[in-house]
Design a protein around this ligand. Structure first.
Ligand SMILES: [Zn+2]
Length: 380
């Protein structure tokens, strides 16, 4: 079995209305001057004022920061650092979707350690501890609040960089399912499929362990049952809760197990075609499951939770791939790359980029440019 080292670094607080405890939770961590990193969508939904009110009730000074967009890049992180540098903040609260959480972590790296975010690519590069952070996700998707990595795009190449450090883990994660009620349908769909992809990819990597399996399997169970319910009934708070906890568990699985070929192939599509991460995964993941079948069939069967099923009884990989296509269809996410304007001629360049993605090195079937090209062709 693969060795593991599990030290929970994040206090996890779940429940309806827990966002109103933000002040109390920040006070417990001795926050006094907070940079509140929140995207503009969250500002409009009124969540920023709820958190600010809760912090101010505990006499904590709040400086809001909203000057960044989706898929935060190295220049947005630098703008945030310049904004925060003179403020003498002692802590950061990230409120919003994955972009807010990743941007907050990225700013924290360069604010505390100098240089550029690209200097921290990999794991454990900072020489100083990052400022303590609280993460409050408003979507059920990336599970960034469960991870010690900031995913930031290079502003020049648009390719994603993963920058990790133990101190980049949130001290506290606040999961309030009521915050996800305001997410627009397409955000619920894309973020939800991203979380599903995290559960499926982490369940089969070469780094997976009995510990990561625990999170992957439970995440898949929660997400695959609740996904269609939240799409059909956005106000169903039980389904919203299942999605949010499932996304968090899938994030915990990534922390232990990393990801695979679907994420490696998705990143170049976001970089070159500005394709949404969740959409790229909805198109690619079923094909990656088929491509991995010979090496991962039994793992996929275990993920789907039929302990008595034997691998040769039926093709678990194909069953899972079809189920993922059903979920993508229910979410209105396209099933082909050509629907998003990707042409056959672009495949060699995309495949070469995919082969450079660190995340592909954890895929159960050895992954290279030739393999990436096969996956892209199958998804065309
Ligand atoms: Zn993802």
């Amino acid at each position: 079995m693969v060795p593991f080292d599990f030290e929970p670094r994040t206090r996890l607080v779940f429940g309806r209305g827990t966002v109103h405890r933000a002040g109390q939770l920040a006070k417990a961590l001795q926050f006094q001057r907070v940079l509140l990193v929140a995207d503009r969508g969250v500002l409009k939904a009124g969540h920023v004022s709820a958190v600010t009110k809760s912090l101010e009730a505990e006499s904590i000074c709040v400086v809001p920061y909203h000057d960044f967009g989706e898929n935060p890049d190295s220049s947005m992180v630098e703008t945030g650092r310049q904004f925060a540098a003179p403020l003498q903040i002692d802590s950061i609260i990230a409120l919003g979707g994955g972009s807010s959480l990743d941007c907050a972590k990225g700013i924290n790296f360069v604010l505390t350690n100098g240089g550029r975010i690209g200097d921290y690519r990999g794991y454990g590069k900072p020489s100083h501890r990052l400022l303590p952070m609280i993460g409050i996700p408003t979507t059920a998707g990336t599970g960034s609040e469960a991870q010690s990595y900031a995913v930031i795009s290079d502003a020049a190449t648009h390719m994603k960089m993963a920058c990790g450090d133990p101190s980049a883990a949130m001290r506290t994660a606040v999961l309030d399912p009521e915050l996800t009620l305001t997410a627009p349908h397409h955000v619920t769909a894309m973020a939800g499929f991203d979380a599903i992809a995290h559960a499926v990819e982490t369940a089969v990597t070469i780094k997976r362990s009995p510990l990561s399996d625990t999170f992957s399997y439970r995440a898949w169970h929660l997400l695959s049952q609740a996904f269609e319910r939240v799409l059909l009934h956005p106000a169903d708070i039980e389904a919203r809760s299942a999605m949010q906890i499932g996304a968090h568990f899938a994030g915990m699985a990534i922390e232990q197990s990393m990801l695979g070929a679907a994420h490696a192939c998705a990143n170049p599509l976001t970089a070159r075609y500005n394709m949404a991460h969740g959409l790229a995964l909805a198109i690619l993941l079923p094909q990656v499951v088929r491509w991995n079948a010979d090496l991962a069939r039994e793992r996929y069967a275990a993920l789907m939770g039929s302990p008595r099923r034997r691998a040769r009884d039926e093709d678990a990989a194909e069953t899972l791939a079809l189920k993922l296509e059903d979920l993508a269809r229910a979410a209105g996410l396209g099933l082909k790359l050509s629907d998003s304007g990707v042409e056959e001629g672009a495949i060699p360049e995309l495949a070469a980029l995919a082969a450079t993605q660190w995340t592909g090195t954890f895929n159960p079937r050895p992954f290279d440019a030739a393999g990436a090209a096969e996956i892209y062709r199958a998804a065309l």
